[in-house]
Design a protein around this ligand. Structure first.
Ligand code: KIV
Length: 327
């Protein structure tokens, strides 16, 4: 497949434009494909795992080309892409659409899709049927589910169906109503013990990785030390085997104050405002587009058109403009 370096050069490559086909990602600096065993090996040799969310082709491609190990199509897209105030409304079909877009942009990283609320909560068989869709229809390499011991039966069934599972415990956004808000979990002795038990139960059931969200650093460190599968933290301190952030948090594209654990690495909102404002000003001032940004006729066609125009303007004997015959 032909590589095109930028969207503006695509505009002149009409055949590419017509096909509408996304261009292939460029090779990353480390070209091996990240697999689950490779992530397990990273834990073994104490090499941190860098993970991020992505929801569309362009950002997935940038994330993948930046050598991020794991790309999660998180159900956080319900909030950051679709504007809902929780993750609960997003559907399997919507998640599949975004996962397919991300799949086209990811070549190197392990691609994990989030199972949305309601897609595995009614029955284990629903969960397996929906999970298979993410692998078959969207090219995901694993699915992520929220919950601890209550998901053991589902994890067994998924692993049986050859679906690799990423568990997710601690602050689980799909349980927002039960938790009474987005609150750090595992702060009391018994709550910390419960999280440890959840982590062990998921590992024993066959989960390949575990996301630890919104829990005291000490609890996450203990889970990480006790499990053989890698832990990926978000608001869970630095001892986890890896870290994940929501891409929009990292870039300041969320329109909300950042949580304590978020570090903003860029201000894309400010850059977009600046660029869009500048564009508007240029259009209003007729400074965009300029001649170099315009297409041109050949001299021959230009001269013919000009001649026809002049003839059209030349009056006949009665003083009427001559009507051109339409070709
Ligand atoms: O949906 C999501 O983006 C997530 C991450 C925060 C881990 O679950």
């Amino acid at each position: 497949m032909k590589l095109t370096p930028s969207s503006s050069s695509q505009a002149s490559a009409q055949s590419d434009q017509k096909s509408g086909a996304p261009t292939a990602p460029t090779a990353s600096t480390t070209s091996f494909k990240v697999t689950l065993p490779a992530l397990q090996e990273k834990k073994r040799i104490h090499t941190p795992i860098a993970a991020l969310t992505a929801y569309d082709f362009a950002s997935a491609r940038i994330v993948d080309e930046s050598d991020i190990d794991l790309v999660l199509v998180g159900d956080s897209l319900a909030m950051v892409m679709l504007g809902y105030d929780s993750t609960l409304p997003v559907t399997v079909d919507e998640m599949l659409l975004f996962t397919r877009a991300v799949r086209r942009g990811v070549r190197r990283a392990l691609l994990v899709a989030d199972m949305p609320y309601g897609s595995y909560h009614a029955s284990v068989s629903d969960g397996v049927t929906n999970a298979l869709r993410f692998l078959k229809e969207a090219g995901a390499e694993a699915v992520k589910i929220e919950g601890g011991r209550n998901r053991v039966e589902l994890v067994h069934a998924l692993v049986d169906a050859e679906v690799p599972v990423v568990g997710h415990i601690g602050l689980t956004p799909q349980s927002v109503h039960r938790m009474g808000g987005y609150r750090v979990q595992g702060k009391s002795f018994s709550a910390a013990e419960h999280l440890l038990e959840d982590a062990h139960a998921l590992e024993a059931a066959g989960a390949s990785l575990l996301v630890l969200e919104g829990m005291p650093r000490e609890v996450a460190a203990r889970i990480t030390a006790e499990l053989t599968i890698p832990t990926i933290g978000i608001g869970a301190g630095p001892e986890c085997d890896g870290q994940i952030l929501v891409l929009h948090d990292l870039l300041n594209l969320t329109f909300a104050p950042a949580a304590k654990f978020v570090r903003r690495y860029g201000d894309v909102a400010a850059q977009m405002r600046e660029a869009v404002g500048q564009y508007r000003q240029d259009v209003v001032a007729r400074a965009f587009p300029n001649d170099a940004e315009s297409y041109h006729l050949t001299h021959e066609v230009h001269d013919r058109l000009e001649q026809e125009r002049l003839e059209q303007e030349r009056p006949d004997q009665d003083g009427h403009a001559i009507q051109l015959k339409k070709a």
